[in-house]
Each structure stands twice: as structure tokens, then as C-alpha cells.
Design a protein around this ligand. Structure first.
Ligand code: 3MF
Ligand code: MG
Length: 342
């Protein structure tokens, strides 16, 4: 089985951060698409407004026409859409969160926007809608009712499941940023919520490495949890140096062993056999010159492939002997030596 990789066009970016303006000129959407195959990627992760810019000002017909055009552009480059996600957090209409807003009109707007995203996903040829519940949380606890919030997220998902009988919903949990606290911080929260929806077979998860680390958890165990339940439908591999702002560092760049364990749990459990992509969600450093601002993607993919090789050559009989003897010091040393090529 060959691994299929994906990333989103926002991963090729201009280097802006909350404290500084862009430092690189933009690449046009078409130029970004042209880079995918060169970098060895075939899947494209998309927000609704990556496909249809200025989506809230467009009519339904304009939206669908643009989606059909973009699908054609992808096909011309030999690319497929992996997932589509509504960019709810960027809308002036959902400042206080979409599905959990205290304002009923904002909740309705969030659901309507997500239904439009489903129409776009269908047009793009994917049945996978990602919900990163970015602003579904609070800056201060007293601002919202946490019980109502959970019910509201379930009700919103139910409406989306009813709207399209084929759509599958992938919840991408993240514990904080932009909010102080999110209501669905981990995959455990996401999946228990999935089982409260009207068609839980169509609700699963997307796990991002950095989001697990921000929650103080190990990404490979989080992936293992979702894999055990048949619910790991996509991943956003990257890396993160501890508890600070969301860094989206290149995969494996902070902690090689943690990356090895993610590849190990994915490979060992046949991740990809049902068409799942190995997705990346990585940022180039702000210091990177424009013409070198694709390297983080190539490097992350390369690290994944090198670690796939490390998983293949990992001596399972040796591992078993260490485990049987309960010699975890020996196992620890073996793993490190193996990663160092000794
Ligand atoms: C934020 C993220 C998001 C999601 C994307 C697709 C902008 O931390 O990870 O990236 O991955 O919106 O769901
Ligand atoms: Mg992500």
C-alpha cells in the first residue's frame, strides 16, 4: 500500500503571525496547486472559502459554479479533495462561536454555512466534512453554559447529518487557541459526542499532533484510542515544542521519538486501507525566504517516509523479548539506538 499525503493551501503562506504582517509575497491558488505533485502530494485539504473566496457574499449558484471550476483545476493537476471544512471562526457573524453562540441567529448562521460547505464538498467529490470547533468554547467560563454548549454541538451535527445522507463528519479537537478553553478538547470528547448524534457511524475524528501536545497528551496514544474505535478518519501531522502557541512545526522536528510512535501506530493498524490520507498541517518558519517556503512540506513528508522505514526495520522479536522480561530499560535503549541507526 502506498501512502497518500495531503495538505491544505494555507500551509503555503506569507509568514504573518499575531505580532507581524506578512513577510513573503503570496502564491496564487493555482501556483499552490501546481506545487502539490512536485512535492509528492495528491490530496488537498480545503476550507469552504479556499474554494469559494468571499463565500458569504456569493449566491448559491455562484458558489456551486466556483466549486465545479475548482474541482476541474484540481483534476487538471491530478489532485483530489481530501476534506472540506467550514471556516466558521473567521466569519463576522459567528464571533462568539458558531454552534455554541449565545445568539440563536448566530447558531442558525453557523449551521447554514456548514450546510453550504456540505454542498461544496459533494461538488468536490468528497464525503468528508471536517469540523475544527475553533470558537466553540469560552474566554471566561461564566460566558456560556457548558451543558447547553454540548447539546448545541450535537444538535448542529444532527442537522448536518440529516441534510446529507452521505456526508461523514470528522471532528478535529483542539484544547485552546483561539479560545481559552474549548468544549471539545480531545478525541475522547469528540468521540463520546459522536455517539450522541443521530447517526454515529458517520461521525469520527481527525487528530492533529500539535493539538494533542497542547492538551498535554501523547499524539500516538490519542491516535491509538481513535483507531481502536474505528474512528480515525484523518490526521494532521506536525510537531509542537511544549505548551505554548500553536506552532505547527514540521513533522518530527521537535521530538523524533514521538513522531516515530505516531507512524508506528498508524502503520501497525493499517491506517490508509480505507482511503485515509496522511495529512499534514505545518507552517514554514517566518524567516524562510519565499522561494524556500515549501521545504517544511517536503521535509515533513520525508520524515514520515523515513520513519515508515524505521517502523518496518524495528525488530519485533527483540521488542517482545524485552517486554516478556519486563526489561523496559532495555526496550528504551533499543528504541533510541534504532532511531539513531545503531
Ligand atoms: C487549527 C487547525 C486548522 C484546521 C483546519 C481544517 C487552520 O489549529 O489545525 O487549520 O486544521 O481548519 O480543519
Ligand atoms: Mg489542523
Amino acid at each position: 500500500m502506498t501512502t497518500r499525503f495531503s495538505f491544505g493551501p494555507w500551509n503555503i503562506h506569507e509568514g504573518a503571525d499575531p505580532f507581524g504582517a506578512p513577510v513573503r509575497l503570496s502564491y496564487a491558488f493555482q501556483e499552490k496547486l501546481a506545487a502539490y505533485r512536485e512535492l509528492g502530494f495528491e490530496g488537498v485539504q480545503l476550507h469552504d472559502d479556499d474554494i469559494v473566496p468571499d463565500i458569504e457574499a456569493k449566491t448559491y449558484a455562484e458558489t456551486m459554479k466556483r466549486a465545479a471550476d475548482v474541482r476541474g483545476m484540481l483534476e487538471a493537476h491530478g489532485l483530489v479533495t481530501e476534506i472540506v471544512a467550514p471556516r466558521l471562526w473567521d466569519s463576522a457573524g459567528t464571533i462568539d462561536g458558531g454552534f455554541t453562540s449565545n445568539d440563536a441567529r448566530e447558531r442558525a448562521a453557523a449551521i447554514e454555512r456548514s450546510k453550504r460547505t456540505i454542498d461544496i464538498a459533494r461538488e468536490m467529490g468528497t464525503d468528508r466534512l471536517v469540523l475544527w470547533l475553533a470558537r466553540e468554547g469560552t474566554y471566561i467560563r461564566e460566558a456560556k453554559n457548558p451543558v447547553d454548549a454540548v447539546h448545541r454541538i450535537v444538535e448542529a451535527i444532527d442537522q448536518l447529518l440529516a441534510y446529507d445522507k452521505h456526508i461523514r463528519i470528522l471532528i478535529e479537537p483542539k484544547p485552546n487557541e483561539p479560545m481559552d478553553q474549548a468544549y471539545i478538547p480531545t478525541i475522547g470528547h469528540a468521540l463520546s459526542l459522536a455517539w450522541h448524534t443521530s447517526d454515529s457511524d458517520r461521525v469520527g475524528g481527525l487528530i492533529e499532533s500539535a493539538h494533542c501536545i497542547l492538551a498535554g497528551l501523547d499524539p500516538s496514544d490519542e491516535m491509538g484510542y481513535a483507531l481502536a474505535l474505528g474512528k480515525l478518519w484523518s490526521v494532521h501531522l506536525n510537531d509542537q515544542n511544549g505548551l505554548k502557541y500553536d506552532q505547527d512545526k514540521s513533522f518530527a522536528s521537535d521530538n523524533l521519538r514521538r513522531a516515530f510512535n505516531q507512524v508506528r501506530v498508524l502503520v501497525d493498524n493499517g491506517y490508509g486501507k480505507n482511503g485515509e490520507f496522511v495529512g499534514l498541517d505545518v507552517k514554514a518558519m517566518r524567516t524562510q525566504p519565499r522561494e524556500l517556503s515549501f521545504k517544511h512540506l517536503a521535509n515533513s513528508k520525508k520524515m514520515y517516509e523515513l520513519l515508515e522505514d524505521k517502523v518496518r526495520t524495528y525488530d519485533r522479536a527483540k521488542e517482545r523479548r524485552f517486554i516478556e522480561a519486563r526489561d523496559y530499560e532495555g526496550l528504551d535503549e533499543y528504541v533510541l539506538s534504532h532511531l539513531l541507526g545503531r
